[in-house]
Design a protein around this ligand. Structure first.
Ligand code: HAM
Length: 429
């Protein structure tokens, strides 16, 4: 017989208890529930409405939306064909949200659309700490406003999440990628600057110089980084409108006490951005230092078929990386909740009684457990202990005849006799 099948590397099971895998403790299901509740809570405070889009999207949406020259589209899509349809497991949620916005004419809801989402994304990257093939994002998209306040709002939302999760020290990097008219000029300037040095560039960077020169700014190669020091700066190519927009975003962040560092070399791995781009880093994460990122993407709607641009800005962050940063910051994540009460039954009648009593207590709102396997009192008490329930109800056939049961407080050991019809009231926490 072959060995039992295992999960695919780069994916993971979310289990009832924390589990050490791949050098990090993966959060238990209760922590995920708490995290999702926290996102919903903060999103509510910001006035974001939830949107849920399918995990399967047409490959063309991602290819056109995220951009054909990006690593995501060139190397990392889980894409397949079925019949005559090309499917992709979504690698991100911004293009899908814009598709849904256009498809359902969400602008008709009136006003600016402020949407948030939570859900899995898929990228065929090499798995390592903080980098998975199935990971989980939360994010927001603000659609229908070209105002700098929308950019600052997306950033404020991300920073509020950092507070709510207590992720410790972070660094917000900010840049402006300019408008569609300034980027081609900058691209040419970069190409011209690097032309005499092409022999010194890595193969990847040489390719990028052809297909997507801005991505060279992202290089981790020491030699290339030194070359970049004298390279033309995108910020020197900004048009007046983009420059004013960038200045306004910075002023708003300053007013709100949101610290940031300007990084003229910050580019993002997705091609739809123009003007504002930002990334949030934590030193606690090692090589995969980005907790979240985002920016403005007024051109995306047209890339995926809209007749006119739709101003929009947003951000997304990875839950897994938020959890890693929380762990490094010593923030305690909620564990699996214990039952409020555990029933221990001695005797055949009592065992049957315990089943129906458990349903009554649950109906009364109490988290109620009992042992589905053992009948001996010793074994049941052991299970009661393991469950962590603060109180245990013990009943035998004779006690039931008297319409009573014993309630034991597990921390003090104190025992009280309680009438059966008063049990739920007595046990209510
Ligand atoms: P992104 O920077 O590609 O942006 O991803 C956002 C976040 O998702 C990252 O900062 C990281 O926390 C997490 N993430 C990405 N890839 C992985 C992975 N392989 N394993 C674990 N976590 C990962 C976007 O996806 C844009 N849609 C953000 C956006 C929203 N821009 C505008 N609106």
């Amino acid at each position: 017989m072959s060995a039992p099948l295992q999960h695919i590397p780069g994916t993971f099971d979310i289990l009832p208890d924390a589990q050490g895998t791949g050098g990090s403790d993966l959060a238990p299901a209760a922590a995920w529930q708490w995290a999702e509740r926290t996102v919903r809570d903060v999103a509510g405070r910001f006035g974001f409405d939830e949107i849920r889009t399918p995990i399967l999207e047409p490959t063309e949406l991602i290819a056109r939306g995220v951009g054909g020259a990006t690593d995501i589209v060139q190397k990392e899509m889980f894409a397949f064909e079925k019949g005559d349809t090309q499917y992709v497991l979504r690698p991100e949620v911004t293009a899908p949200v814009m598709r849904a916005y256009l498809e359902h004419r969400l602008e008709q809801r009136g006003g600016v659309q402020k949407l948030f989402y939570i859900g899995p994304c898929f990228r065929a990257e090499r798995p390592q700490k903080g980098r998975f093939r199935q990971f989980h994002q939360f994010g927001c998209e603000i659609i229908g406003s070209s105002d700098a306040r929308a950019d600052a709002e997306a950033i404020a939302f991300m920073m509020a999440m950092c507070d709510a999760f207590s992720v410790g020290e972070t660094r917000l990097r900010l840049n402006s990628l300019g408008d569609a008219d300034s980027r081609p000029r900058y691209r040419e300037a970069l190409r011209a600057y690097f032309a005499p040095y092409t022999a010194d560039l890595t193969e990847t960077s040489r390719q990028r110089l052809e297909t997507n020169p801005l991505r060279i700014l992202d290089t981790k190669e020491e030699r290339e980084r030194r070359l970049l020091e004298d390279a033309p700066r995108l910020t020197d190519f900004l048009g007046d409108a983009a420059r004013a927009h960038y200045a306004e975003v910075k002023t708003l962040l300053g007013d709100a006490g949101i610290a940031f560092v300007e990084d003229p070399f910050l580019v993002r791995g997705l091609d739809y951005y123009g003007r504002t781009a930002f990334e949030l880093e934590s030193d606690a994460l090692g090589a995969q230092s980005a907790l979240g990122g985002g920016g403005r993407y007024d051109g995306l709607a047209e890339e995926i078929g809209a007749r006119a641009p739709v101003p929009a800005v947003g951000m997304a962050a990875g839950f897994e990386r938020f959890f890693l940063a929380m762990q490094a910051a010593g923030t305690v994540m909620p564990g699996t909740p214990t039952p409020d009460v555990f029933l221990v039954a001695i005797g055949e009648r009592a065992t049957r009684w315990a089943f129906s009593q458990a349903q009554l207590l649950r109906r009364a709102g109490l988290r109620t457990g009992y042992d589905l396997r053992s009948t001996s009192m010793k074994a049941q008490m052991r299970e009661a202990n393991r469950s962590g329930a603060p109180r245990v109800v013990i009943a035998g056939d004779t006690e039931l005849d008297a319409q009573q049961a014993t309630v034991k407080d597990m921390s003090s050991g104190e025992q009280t006799t309680v009438a059966l019809d008063a049990l739920a009231r007595h046990l209510r926490p």
